[in-house]
Structures are given as C-alpha cells and as structure tokens.
Design a protein around this ligand. Sequence first.
Ligand SMILES: Cc1cc2nc3c(=O)[nH]c(=O)nc-3n(C[C@H](O)[C@H](O)[C@H](O)COP(=O)(O)OP(=O)(O)OC[C@H]3O[C@@H](n4cnc5c(N)ncnc54)[C@H](O)[C@@H]3O)c2cc1C
Length: 389
Amino acid sequence: MELLTEDTVPEDALEVKREAREFADEHVRPNAEEYFESGEYPWDVLEAGMDAGLIAQDIPEEYGGRGLELHEILAIAEEFFRADGGIALTLQLASFGAEILLEYGDEEQKEEYLRPVAENEQITGLAVSESQSGSDLAGMQTRAEKVERAGGHAGDEWVLDGEKYWIGNGVEADWVTVYARTGDDEDNRYGNHSLFIVPTDADGYEAEHIPEKMAMRASKQARIEFDGVRIPEENLIGFEGAGFMMLAEFFNFGRVVVGGHGLGLAAAAIEEGWEFVHDREAFGRGVNEFQAVQHSLADMRTEFESARSLVWRAADKVHAEENAGLWAAMAKTKATETAREVAEDAMQLHGGRSVLSERRIARVYRDVRIPVVYEGANEIQRNLIYRQS
Ligand SMILES: Cc1cc2nc3c(=O)[nH]c(=O)nc-3n(C[C@H](O)[C@H](O)[C@H](O)COP(=O)(O)OP(=O)(O)OC[C@H]3O[C@@H](n4cnc5c(N)ncnc54)[C@H](O)[C@@H]3O)c2cc1C
C-alpha cells in the first residue's frame, strides 16, 4: 500500500520527494534497528545524506545550498520519518536554527555561519528549552549581558550564563542559535529575549548528552551549560528583544515540517498493521478477513488522509503567510496525534508480537510519543489554535 502518494505533493516538490524516498530506502530504513539499539549518533547516514544533497538544503543557492522551499522540506520529512524517526530527526536537525539566521541575520553572519552549513562542513542546533521551562518561551532564564570587550579591544560583547536542556546536536554542533534573556520588563514579557550565534568551542560552553531515551534513540540531545561564555556583539541575530517574535515565526515553518514527522510515522504504522494482518491467520481465516480488523484499518487510513490533507494545506498557508500560526499549529497537532493513534491501533493488530523490540511497529510506537511534545507540546498548539481562530 502506498500512503505517501505523489498526488498530494505539488509538482515542484516531486523531484526531491523521489530523491528522499530513494535515499531513505537505501540508507535510513536498513540502519534503523541498529541505531535504535545502539543509541549512537548516525554520522555515516548523515554524511551519506549530505552527499545526496538532502541535508541543510533549505539554505538558498547564494549561500551554497539548494534553496529548497517548505513544500520540499515537508516532502523530505514524510519520507525520512516513514523510514525511521530517530535517524530522520538527526538528518533534519543538522541545520536546526540556521533558518532563523537566514531570515534575520546580516550578510556577514550568513557568509561566516550559514555557508558552511549549506556546504555541509558544519552542523547546528537551536537552544531554546531549559530544564525548568520548555513550554513557557517567555519564561526562559538563560541570560545574556552586554559588557565591554575584554583586553581593551573596541566594541562590546555578550556574556551568556545559564543552562539549556533537550538541545539537539548540543554536543555535535559547530554552533548553536541560543535564545537568552536580555531584559526583565514584566509589562512586555515577549520582548525580553534575544537570539545569538554561539560557537560550541567558545570558552565556558559545556555540553553533555542527556540520559538515554526510550524513543528516537538515533537522535541525540544535550544539556548545555553556559558559564560566562563571551561572544562578540556581532553575534546577536536581528535586534535585541526580538527573540520571541523571531522564534514564533520560525515555528510556523517548523511545525508544518513536524506535521510531516507525524505523517511519516503514521504511514509506517499503517503499513506494518496492514501487512501483519494480511499474513496472519486466526480461527482458520486470515486476520484481515474479520470486519472489525478491516474497520480498524479503514479508520487508520481515513485519519491519515485527513491529517495529510490538513498538513499540505497548512504548508500552502504558511508559504503564503496567510494566518500561518493557526495553520501550522493545527497541522502539527493533527498529524502528530494521528501518528500516535494509528500506532496504538497497529500495535493491537499485531497481538503479542507488537511488543517484540526488534519489530518496526514497536519502534514506531515509541517514536510517536515525541512529536506530540517537541516544537511546542500539543496543549500549547491548542492554545494557539483557539486564540488565532
Ligand atoms: C526528543 C526531543 C528533542 C527536542 N529537541 C529540542 C531542541 O533541539 N531544542 C530545544 O530548544 N528544545 C528541544 N526539545 C524540547 C521540547 O521543545 C520541550 O520538551 C517542549 O517544548 C515541552 O517543554 P517541557 O518538556 O519543558 O514541558 P513543560 O513545559 O514542563 O510542560 C509539561 C506538560 O505540561 C502541560 N502544559 C504546559 N504548559 C501548558 C499550558 N499552557 N496549557 C496546557 N498544558 C500545558 C503539557 O501537557 C506539557 O507537555 C526537545 C524535546 C524532545 C523530547
């Protein structure tokens, strides 16, 4: 059964969708079980993805990338996540945070930091969440203070102190985009944070992997400590106090892509459920012959198609900047919850074999727990949907 059909995908994203399918079949799916077991960072798959021109390529040609648009990145997400959630997250996060620099950075920043990412010489991360605060973006405590440059040099620099948690590539990245507090105005909670480019080899930057996860194990997150990290004033992205606004806009793009995470995982779950019941017998019949089983598969398919229609519609809306926040939040919520629900149903169709850890369905079942939380928990998405309706 083909679920990630081409008919939903716009013409200009079809070529990259096919490239992503071929790459996922050859490099992602065959390595999924091994990396899930080991919990290692899949460097070899990432490098193969770079060679295939599928990593960090939303950066435009003028900075060394392919300039892939939202629809193309979404098409890649569906294909990669169908093949494996953990490896897919690593592949898609190699340029996480770089998109903000593309939108708001100045020319010098883009040449110095964006180009090496587009040319696959460096990878990045986006450091927003903290151990005490994930959903409340305006409550983050990591602080950046502007001081005179040390050693009598002209100009100012920023000094960062605090802690970030859950940061993809916090250990592996060459630089991370850091969201830090630069003000304390209680009457303007959304104007108190700024974004900075922080090289991970800066003095005072310490990162360690967080404890092993039960899902998406081929992706690695870190706890980062900033202990008096000094960066030049030129590393501020956009302008002081605009961090929340820039992040909110970036999340519109990101949440549609996370909709693609949900669709890929949902497709994997349905495929597994379908195949299993067509191969299994009970009471002298194929399990697929029971009407209850057929209805379960019919419901899964219907939910999948409605989620997919919504996500691709949201991609159009976000691309056209038409009430983007609303559509991105609806797409993320619907697709990630569809993935969670169909994975649960597909597990039931597998009977006892559902819990064998070597099974693809068992991996998918664990992976679907994550996209309902990252890029903003779905409760936060619902708040946004209500407010923007
Ligand atoms: C695998 C993984 C990768 C991640 N990668 C990154 C990354 O690269 N960079 C990064 O910055 N972060 C990353 N995160 C962090 C992620 O964005 C946060 O986990 C998420 O925003 C939720 O924050 P929290 O875990 O602190 O939950 P909390 O904010 O503590 O919320 C806990 C729960 O409380 C409920 N809740 C909270 N607020 C509300 C509300 N207003 N209304 C209703 N219910 C509410 C929700 O059920 C929520 O799930 C990652 C997380 C995971 C699991």
